[in-house]
Design a protein around this ligand. Structure first.
Ligand SMILES: [Zn+2]
Length: 143
């Protein structure tokens, strides 16, 4: 599932306001949203008046249920906020709510507890490309 919301944003250059979609989760099966992540346009504000661009610093989860991995971009604000760590263990794994954990356990999808953490959208795009190459050329072995 992809998670997004419409928000009113003010252009940092000219001050004009416009609405944009802010994404907090992108499903690889959502082709337009996945392309946006690969092209590093996710949460990129683009002013319709002056053309200025600004990155909206929002944490984003990218998940590919077919290839069984997920990537968590940790926003700068989240990284510096003690509250963000309420759902992380001391070893940096994710604590899900009880219902989600039961679903994950029943489906053998423990990768949701072990996302690949990244600290830039560029790194997220690079990791997606790397996993595509693994899927194309990697070996058919569990290791
Ligand atoms: Zn502007």
């Amino acid at each position: 599932m992809s998670i997004k919301r419409m928000e009113e944003m003010r252009c940092p250059a000219c001050g004009r306001e416009q609405r944009m979609l802010v994404w907090s989760a992108v499903n690889a099966k959502d082709p337009e949203a996945a392309l946006m992540v690969r092209e590093q346009r996710v949460n990129l504000f683009q002013c319709e008046v002056c053309g200025a661009e600004a990155f909206v610093d929002e944490s984003v989860l990218y998940h590919d249920m077919e290839k069984r991995y997920c990537i968590q971009y940790v926003s700068k604000a989240a990284m510096g906020s003690e509250a963000y760590y309420a759902t992380l263990t001391k070893r940096g794994t994710v604590i899900l709510d009880a219902v989600s954990q039961r679903i994950v356990d029943n489906n053998g999808e423990s990768y949701f507890n072990h996302p690949h953490f990244v600290f830039s959208i560029r790194e997220m795009a690079a990791y997606i490309m790397f996993r595509e190459l693994c899927a194309a050329f990697g070996q058919e072995v569990d290791a």
